[in-house]
Write a protein that binds this ligand. Structure first.
Ligand code: FAD
Length: 182
């Protein structure tokens, strides 16, 4: 694996973008008023357009990332990590989750965002005792950032519907966790 965590993040974005389409498709299916096939395909088309802005195609790689694209890609990676996080993480995995957030607050390639995130972490220390705890904590801090930018907040009870486990055959993407030894 690359030594630079951001290099790793961006290499992962293409596949997350593709996985997101599957998740959004799953997310849309239980919508009330059961949209017709035509409505559904129109919705998915608009999703495709917005995902195209986070997809790193050959043409796109020639233009610099915007702060918004960087943010969307980073949140996608973080929510995917939280979705795959084990129910019973090892001590090392808990340390890694905390360290990942601390590294982001130092190395995130947008100084105002990194500085702001440092304050967010100070006020909201990482909770990574389990998958549910970590994904709810992440949803909460994402909402803190949303609020500071004047955006709508996301209902955290819907976080698994929006960012469920990756669509990997035979759950091959699941991380192994073990209870801490006493
Ligand atoms: P994003 O906020 O990027 O969210 C992507 C998708 O995640 C949304 O479309 C939605 O479906 C889903 N979502 C939204 N909220 C939640 C939630 N709470 N839980 C789960 N899913 C959710 N930008 C700045 O201008 N200033 C900053 O200080 C700043 N700080 C940042 C700090 C960090 C750590 C990160 C990762 C990004 C930061 N950004 C900042 C970028 C900013 O948060 C957005 O990513 C960017 O503005 C694009 O926003 P968006 O509306 O497309 O959706």
């Amino acid at each position: 694996m690359s030594e630079n965590p951001f290099e790793f993040m961006f290499k992962s974005l293409d596949s997350f973008s593709r996985c997101a389409q599957t998740h959004i498709s799953n997310f849309l299916s239980p919508l009330q008023n059961k949209p017709s096939l035509k409505d559904k395909s129109a919705l998915l088309k608009s999703v495709d357009v917005s995902l195209a802005s986070t997809s790193f195609t050959k043409e796109k790689s020639a233009t610099p990332l915007t702060k918004e694209e960087l943010g969307r890609g980073t949140w996608a990676l973080l929510h995917a990590i939280a979705a795959q996080y084990p129910d019973q993480p090892t001590r090392q995995q808990k340390r890694d989750a905390k360290e990942l957030m601390a590294i982001l607050s130092r190395l995130y390639p947008c100084k105002e965002c990194a500085d702001h995130f440092k304050d967010v972490l100070k006020a909201n220390p990482v909770h990574a005792g389990s998958q549910a705890e970590f994904s709810q904590w992440l949803c909460h801090v994402h909402n803190v950032v949303n609020r500071s930018l004047g955006k709508l907040t996301f209902p955290c009870q819907r976080v698994n519907a929006r960012w469920g486990k990756l669509d990997c055959k035979d759950r091959a993407c699941d991380l192994q966790g073990t209870p801490d030894l006493k």
